[in-house]
Design a protein around this ligand. Structure first.
Ligand SMILES: [Zn+2]
Length: 561
């Protein structure tokens, strides 16, 4: 084998991988709600790679007589430099195992691990090879062939681009570039999770929420206590590996998962809290750290340098989850129906891949998608409801105001509606598009010249500063797109949704926007007004959802208002 030629590059050269014209279409691999099964190893593909490699080695007079088997390539026939003696450094090797366990490391991440361990590239490769030889890890070509298509091993996508390189045609995966580019000249190192015997035995009786010494300090309401207990029962009964926690907006759904997180951590199991958006992740980590002070809770997001420190409890964006492989016993997935997670087969694949085969997923949302409700109906997913807010007051049911929002008279009517709202608190005005934010910020600035009116949208450079000003009460009317649709609590805020009948608004978006009102215990009331020209099914469904939720809360006997 030629010295200095990395295995991935050699495989790419000899195998000419992939040999078909790659697709330029987005990944169309259907997302399977089934939990990950054992990896399907395409032996034919491996044999063909091995045959090509043997031919190449014979051609280069590398002393190969018989056909090289894939297992040999993977475990033994690596360049001599890999076979260094690592036993002399057993302590560092054990630290390496703790860092790499449950991760799939791309070549561009090796440097971070080297730095963390204080070792050279040669030593790190030695550690990796030792782990492979012990049967706990594997080297993988980046692309896997399934029939006539090729899929990225890290993210499951078949969406890649072709480019010429010194080693021939090369392919870069387009769907996981955000966490570091990956191409067919590289290899992926994957270290499986290894259970220490007796360490992760489930002793469910000892871990019931009311029987353990809690590491978190929370005062639960009756409804939260009930939901937390039910969640715990569902997960430990393991009738389904997935549970939906359907909570009212502002119900404190994150905290309801704490007893469960606590019980998993006490069994020395690994827990992941994942959410599609960075701001949610950065908001949740301090809350978890405060309640679980004995654990060093790691946060992985695109806004921070990559952290390789091992952790029992990890908080990550769904993009960062692609770095893991069968690592977690419990995954709490917040805002399951939010962009960019919803509809992304790659991010869904990442979550399934990061879950251990015996693991459990809890999906949290106030507005479940039709797909997950279907899984609930077919009993593939269990369900737990939390229909009441933490302060016990019902979610305000949106009012409807018919208004075409043309000039003159419509604007006079709109001004009347907004004047009544502003009497109770600052107003969030939602509009469906960026162009409408700009237009209506101008219109409302003229209509309310004595008030401070600002507008913002996702790519607005001053977005964060404006949100801070709005939170502080320095902005009276804040016009925005869906950027503030979720995850924000502002005391006393009132909501107006302009063009509520717009096709961009589905029932879930309307429920989330209306759900910004009355969230704080100091101001549990508020008004949400849908301004529309023609009523839509989405508006009807949104009101029905909120009313049903409030009715359920009343049945539970836990409504204050
Ligand atoms: Zn990929």
């Amino acid at each position: 084998m030629s010295p200095g030629l990395p295995l991935g590059k050699l495989l790419a050269v000899t195998a000419g991988l992939p040999d078909k014209k790659p697709t330029t279409q987005p990944a169309t691999q259907p997302f399977s709600p089934a939990l990950p099964s054992a990896p399907v190893i395409d032996r034919d593909f491996e044999n063909r790679l091995a045959q090509k490699l043997t031919n190449r080695m014979k051609k280069e007079n590398m002393g190969v007589q018989e056909k090289v088997r894939w297992q040999d390539i993977s475990r033994e026939a690596l360049p001599e430099a890999f076979n260094i003696e690592v036993l002399q450094n057993e302590t560092v090797y054990q630290k390496f195992l703790r860092i790499a366990e449950g991760r799939q490391l791309a070549e561009n991440e090796f440097r971070i691990v080297e730095k963390k361990l204080g070792v050279s590239t040669k030593e790190l490769l030695g550690f990796m090879q030792k782990a492979v030889q012990s049967g706990n890890a594997e080297w993988l070509p980046i692309f896997e062939q399934v029939r006539s298509r090729y899929f990225c091993r890290r993210c499951g996508s078949s969406h890649y681009e072709e480019w010429p390189s010194l080693y021939g045609d090369t392919y870069t995966c387009l769907d996981c570039r955000e966490i570091g580019p990956l191409n067919s000249l590289q290899i992926l190192f994957r270290l499986h999770s290894v259970d220490v015997p007796g360490q992760t035995q489930v002793d469910t009786d000892k871990c019931k929420p009311d029987q353990t010494v809690r590491s978190y300090s929370l005062e639960f309401t009756f409804a939260q206590e009930k939901a937390a207990e039910e969640l715990w029962q569902q997960v430990h009964r393991q009738k389904a590996q997935e549970t939906l926690l359907w909570a009212a907006c502002g119900a404190g759904k994150t905290e309801v998962c704490f007893p469960l997180i606590d019980s998993f951590l006490r069994q020395n199991k690994k827990v992941l809290f994942a959410a599609p958006r960075q701001d949610v992740v950065h908001d949740v980590q301090p809350r978890l750290q405060k309640n679980f002070p004995e654990y060093n809770i790691k946060i992985l997001s695109g806004a921070l340098p990559q952290d390789m420190e091992p952790s029992k409890l990890t908080v990550a964006t769904t993009h960062q989850v692609l770095r893991f492989y069968r690592a977690f016993h419990l995954i709490i997935l917040d805002e399951t129906d939010a962009y960019p997670y919803e509809g992304s087969s790659v991010l869904e694949y990442g979550i399934r891949q990061a879950l251990r085969p015996d693991g459990q997923i809890i999906c949290l949302t106030a507005t479940p998608s039709a797909e997950i409700l279907l899984r609930v109906k077919s009993q593939k997913c269990a369900i737990v409801r939390l229909p009441v807010r933490h302060h016990g007051f019902p979610v305000p049911v949106p009012e409807w105001q018919k208004n075409k929002l043309t000039r003159d008279r419509s604007l006079v009517e709109l001004k009347k509606v907004l004047l009544k709202l502003i009497a109770d608190g600052p107003i969030l005005v939602f509009v469906p598009t960026v162009a409408l934010v700009k237009e209506w910020t101008g219109v409302l600035k003229m209509a309310f010249s004595d008030l401070r009116v600002e507008g913002s949208w996702s790519s607005d450079a001053a977005r964060r500063e404006k949100i801070v000003l709005f939170r502080q009460g320095d902005i009276n009317i804040f016009v925005c797109t869906s950027i503030l649709e979720r995850g924000i609590t502002i005391k006393g805020v009132q909501v107006a949704v302009l063009f509520a009948d717009h096709t961009l608004y589905d029932a879930r978006a309307l429920v989330q926007m209306a759900g910004r009102t009355g969230r704080s215990a100091e101001c549990p009331f508020g008004r949400a007004v849908f301004i529309y020209a023609e009523q839509t099914q989405a508006m009807i469904q949104a009101n029905r959802w909120i009313q049903d939720q409030n009715r359920l809360a009343e049945e539970w006997g836990c409504l204050n208002g």
